[in-house]
Design a binder for this molecule. Structure first.
Ligand code: NAP
Length: 327
């Protein structure tokens, strides 16, 4: 039996699953994540770490955790830990793929609609007493129906977004590392090099993981390639966008607006120029935040831990240690 450190209170049955499997569980009770030194100390005493995207598990922390067998991330992204370094130390890293795709796609869609149709700006104005009359020229947005959507990163979430777009009779372009002929045929998608996708799209929605390759995938040149009427939607990771370049693109009118669930850093400091743009919608990294999905994500993380502490491979590994730790 092992000692499991959970870095935050989580919904659903995850805790019950771990205790029913005979493990001792320590849950960090703070509203904020444990500070790095605390996280390091907790990992040093644990057999399994149950982490979230805001727990940055450094290679040094892993090296100082002699009993640690698994870092089970309650997320599909795992840019908060180095899986290669962990594998070198015999430590599994796992994620929660698939289960959050539809929920995250719903949020990407909500952000796209909100930015296109001034949902947040209209709400803000109404609450401030600005609603004087029906106005022929007030809050004029852009149509989503029939527009062109560019999806960057056609994985589980990108595909779920594409399926939603078909109901809006949109033309859907995608850019991914690999062509997806089956999805092209099924959903009528068209593959494009990134520069062409950006030039043709009315909405650009980002769905890649954050990797060395995708960091600042969207920068000055990419914003210049977009239509001045286009809107950027980002539910991937803040680092996929060069945020200074985005701010400049919004200032100069290179693009018309943005809807961001993820930023750099998180939380976005209150003095960020992004808050000053009426055509920018910002949410606090909540794209997977439905009760059902977050509960299932937590359970999947627990199931990965239970498998590894039993001496079997995890269900959703993102690395493959040649010599997994046994003791
Ligand atoms: P996924 O199924 O692994 O899909 C990611 C896709 O990105 C893959 O299809 C891959 O393309 C593509 N890709 C990778 N590198 C690329 C590159 N350099 N250029 C173009 N495309 C590239 O992952 P997912 O479940 O859709 O999740 C995607 C990301 O969304 C996660 O990694 C996470 O960071 C983020 N996310 C955020 C939230 C939130 O709360 N805001 C929630 C869930 C997920 P190929 O298929 O061609 O290899």
């Amino acid at each position: 039996m092992g000692h499991v450190f959970i870095s935050r209170a989580v919904p659903g049955r995850a805790l019950d699953l771990l205790t029913a499997a005979g493990h001792s569980v320590e849950t960090w009770s703070g509203d904020l994540p444990p500070p790095p030194e605390t996280l390091g100390a907790k990992l040093a005493a644990a057999h399994a770490a149950f982490t979230t995207v805001v727990d940055f598990v450094s290679t040094g922390m892993l090296a100082a955790a002699p009993r640690l067998k698994i870092v089970a991330n309650m997320a599909v992204g795992y840019d908060n830990v180095d899986p290669v370094a962990a594998a070198g130390m015999g430590i599994w890293v796992t994620n929660t793929p698939g289960v959050l795709a539809e929920t995250t796609a719903d949020m990407a869609w909500a952000l796209l609609m909100a930015a296109a149709r001034n949902v947040v700006a209209g709400d803000r104005d109404t609450r401030a007493g600005g609603w004087q009359t029906w106005s022929p020229t007030g809050f004029l947005g852009v149509d989503v129906f029939g527009a062109t959507l560019g999806i960057v990163g056609l994985g589980e979430i990108g595909e779920a977004v594409a399926r939603r777009a078909t109901g809006f009779k949109m033309r859907v372009l995608y850019h991914s590392r690999t062509h997806k002929p089956a999805l092209e045929a099924d959903l009528g998608l068209e593959h494009r090099p990134l520069s062409e996708l950006l030039a043709e799209s009315d909405f650009v929605s980002l769905h890649t993981p954050l990797t060395a390759e995708t960091r600042h995938l969207m920068s000055t040149g990419q914003f210049a390639a977009m239509k001045p009427s286009a809107i950027l939607v980002n539910t991937s990771r803040g680092g996929v966008v060069d945020q200074d370049a985005l701010i400049e693109a919004l200032r100069s009118g290179a693009i018309a607006g943005a809807a961001l669930d993820v930023t750099t850093p998180e939380p976005l400091p209150l003095d960020s120029p992004l808050y000053g743009f009426p055509n920018v919608v910002i949410t606090p990294h909540i794209a997977s935040a439905s009760l059902a999905t977050r509960s299932r994500m937590a359970e999947m993380a627990a199931e990965n831990i239970i498998a590894v502490l039993k001496g079997t491979p995890p269900i959703h590994p993102v690395n493959h240690p040649a010599n997994p730790r046994q003791t």
